[in-house]
Design a binder for this molecule. Structure first.
Ligand code: TXE
Length: 490
């Protein structure tokens, strides 16, 4: 069965091109899927445009849209096992992590479903006093949305965009990462099963320049929501500029994890490991920069190093594994280059820094959990996203210095502070220039809260009520109840 989904029909790529999807854990062939080109992207855009301009979805009562999203959440829960398996085969991530992701994905659909199922469209009546008029502010869908997602959390990132876009009444073309298409394909099936009208949801698979770029340039597209790398994000923003599309960008981070000497030692060490080594560091909010107060530095770095050395690597279905492979050979090369650059610039290798020697892992794109000590703010491995299992450790003496180091980055997605002094925790949290700050925690998932970056981590919020607002236009409707000539010129 072909894998592009356009106007409610499954379609093959027009020029017949396909792509092999291979599991990053062992290189095994997962499937061969259709590879869309610009003509397919344009056909999908036309379908989404027609569904928005002429179809029922934008005018379906919010309560009905909400009910459909709740049905999708039920279907996601029904198919949880199969979807988690598909996600793990595409990404190489541990099955248990894919299962957690599936819970978050269903929760996301449930959240946005419930948000609009109440039937409250988010509008308000304006008090016009003695003026004989009705004045209403209403929320309307933006139109056709191009939703472009990456490979690290394929279906979760998709849910964060698809659920609010649909809740608000938009139609969309989804372009998932070319490396991880399977759960996006499955989601199209579930949306159709839930009763979404044809043409509202469209799917093109394929490479960014050929299947994604045409969406960002097309004048029929009203909004682009993109999650991916900073360099591509700049390109997307530029491509959207000539037609002044609404743009939402989540471009990753270089997130500081600040540990003061008074932190709860064991908990902070435990979280510092999860912060950076979860999913082999391929997480936009990864705590890849550990900033430790001088007097704690040696003991803390020793403990984190010992923890990193204990992490067992393995494929998605290895129950003993605690972390998996990187997404591709090219990505592992990039991570290796960052580590080499860090060492050349004076970082001290505490552990890892190479591929595992275990022959059982030789066919996957594995890289050992790595701790680089004595790092400084100017190093490329500190400044840029390696997006791998690489922790850099910097020292600080004072609170002032910790904040300055933490904010010394072009990114501003997330950060954490560990201290038992609540005053200090709040001072530091309020001074960090990041869209999310955790105090004595790292990585909690809260669909009701908002997610998004400051600085070059992007703009636009996902999740929470603002996530819905991203996909809405605001309109003021004024109705004069006693129209009369004004007499200015007559
Ligand atoms: O991302 P890209 P890549 C970071 C991370 C990683 C780096 C590069 O540092 O090493 O980005 O990864 C589509 N027009 N993040 O190359 O290129 C592409 O097909 C339209 C952080 O995989 O940003 C995919 O669907 N679309 C990030 C999506 O963009 C284009 C998660 C993301 O790919 C396009 C992943 C174009 N011209 C990587 N070019 C995060 N924020 O969490 C590519 N794409």
């Amino acid at each position: 069965m072909p894998e592009l989904f356009i106007a409610g029909q499954w379609a093959a790529a027009r020029d017949g091109r396909t792509r092999e999807i291979r599991c990053p854990a062992d290189g095994a062939l997962v499937a061969v899927v259709d590879e869309a080109g610009p003509d397919d992207a344009r056909a999908a855009t036309a379908a989404a445009r027609a569904a928005f301009d002429h179809g029922p979805w934008p005018h379906t009562p919010a309560a009905d849209r909400g009910r459909l999203l709740l049905r999708v959440a039920d279907l996601l829960e029904r198919d949880r096992a199969a979807l988690a398996r598909a996600e793990s085969l595409d990404t190489g991530k541990r099955l248990v992590e894919s299962e957690y992701d599936l819970d978050d994905i269903a929760a996301c659909f449930r959240y946005f479903g419930a948000l609009v199922a109440s039937g409250d469209g988010g509008g308000r009546i304006v008090d016009t006093g003695d003026v004989p008029a009705d004045s209403r502010v209403v929320r309307e869908p933006v139109g056709v949305c191009a939703l472009i997602t990456p490979w690290n959390y394929p279906l979760l990132q998709t849910a964060w965009k698809v659920a609010p876009a649909l809740a608000a009444g938009n139609s969309f073309v989804l372009k998932p990462s070319e490396l991880t298409p399977h759960t996006a394909i499955a989601l199209m099936r579930l949306l159709a099963e839930a009763g979404l009208p044809d043409g509202v949801a469209n799917l093109v698979l394929g490479a960014g320049p050929s299947a994604g770029a045409p969406l960002t340039e097309d004048p029929r597209v009203d909004l682009v929501s993109f999650t991916g790398g900073l360099v591509t994000g700049r390109r997307v923003m530029a491509a959207a500029a000539p037609t002044v599309k609404k743009v939402a960008l989540e471009l990753g981070g270089k997130n500081p994890n600040i540990v003061f000497a008074d932190a709860d030692f064991d908990t902070a060490v435990d979280h510092a490991l999860t912060a950076v080594f979860l999913h082999s560091g391929q997480v936009c909010s990864a705590g890849a920069r550990l900033l430790v107060q001088d007097e704690l530095h040696d003991r803390f770095t020793d403990a984190v190093t010992a923890g990193a050395e204990r992490i067992r690597l393995g494929g998605p279905f290895d129950p003993e594994a605690r972390s998996g492979p990187l997404i591709s050979a090219a990505h592992r090369d990039k991570v290796e280059a960052y580590v080499a650059a860090g060492l050349a610039e004076g970082a001290v290798l505490r552990c890892g820094g190479r591929r595992p020697a275990d022959p059982a892992l030789a066919r996957g794109h594995y890289f050992l959990p790595t701790v680089l000590d004595e790092c400084t703010a100017g190093m490329s491995v500190v400044r840029e996203e390696s997006f791998g299992p690489v922790l850099t450790v910097e020292r600080f003496r004072t609170e002032e210095e910790a904040v300055a180091l933490a904010n010394d980055t072009v990114y501003g997605l997330a950060g954490a502070v560990w201290t038992q002094d609540p005053g200090r925790a709040h001072r530091v949290a309020s001074r960090l220039r990041a869209g999310t700050v955790w105090i004595n925690d790292f990585h909690p998932y809260v669909p009701q809260a908002e997610w998004g970056g400051m600085k070059q981590s992007g703009f636009g919020r996902e999740l929470g009520p603002s996530g819905l607002a991203e996909y809405q236009e605001t309109k003021h409707i004024w109705r004069n109840l006693a129209p009369r000539p004004q007499g200015w010129f007559s």
